[in-house]
Unconditional design. Structure first.
Length: 174
């Protein structure tokens, strides 16, 4: 078959419709109505005795912030309130960055007393990022610092772009 015929056949086929409701039902968590739209959220608690590797997660609260500042080469971390630290990670549609890269999952975590609370926000469909961004902004504003593996060079610049594109005022990082 010639390329011309193959392309003509492709143009005539109708794309299969995806049942969005069944996809949403497959995701764990719950949908919440917010003033900015629907937010799909997984909300979990890790008890103080929960271990990451061999260490209980509560040990993160007892790290010397002066030593942390030295290791991170960031003097502003000396004396930071680890009880109010916000842990952040994103999963995205690509690694290029820029306006075409969309975070479809934003994960955040913080301590509440000795337990760690973890929330994962899923993007229900493209163009509906505002609820996630508002939720994230509110958490960042309550934090003493943001902890991320690739935050300075990837996650935060990407999120800052998404705030701008969605006309949501970006929080100032602590």
């Amino acid at each position: 078959m010639s390329i011309k015929r193959s392309l003509a056949r492709l143009a005539q086929t109708t794309p299969r419709q995806l049942d969005v409701a069944s996809v949403r039902g497959a995701l764990p968590g719950q949908s919440r109505k917010t003033e900015y739209g629907e937010l799909h959220l997984i909300d979990e608690y890790l008890e103080p005795h929960h271990h990451h590797g061999r260490a209980p997660i509560v040990n993160a609260l007892h790290v010397s912030t002066e030593r942390l500042a030295q290791l991170a080469l960031d003097p502003s971390l000396a004396g930071v309130d680890l009880q109010r630290a916000l842990f952040l990670d994103t999963e995205t549609t690509g690694l290029a960055g820029g306006t075409g890269t969309v975070p479809f999952l934003i994960g955040i975590g913080w301590f509440e007393d000795q337990s760690m609370r973890i929330q994962q926000m899923f993007l229900p469909e493209l163009g509906r990022e505002a609820p996630m961004l508002h939720w994230l902004r509110d958490r960042v504003q309550q934090s003493s610092c943001v902890v991320s593996f690739n935050g300075k060079t990837f996650d935060w610049p990407l999120l800052r772009n998404r705030f701008v594109l969605n006309r949501v005022r970006a929080p100032v990082l602590p």
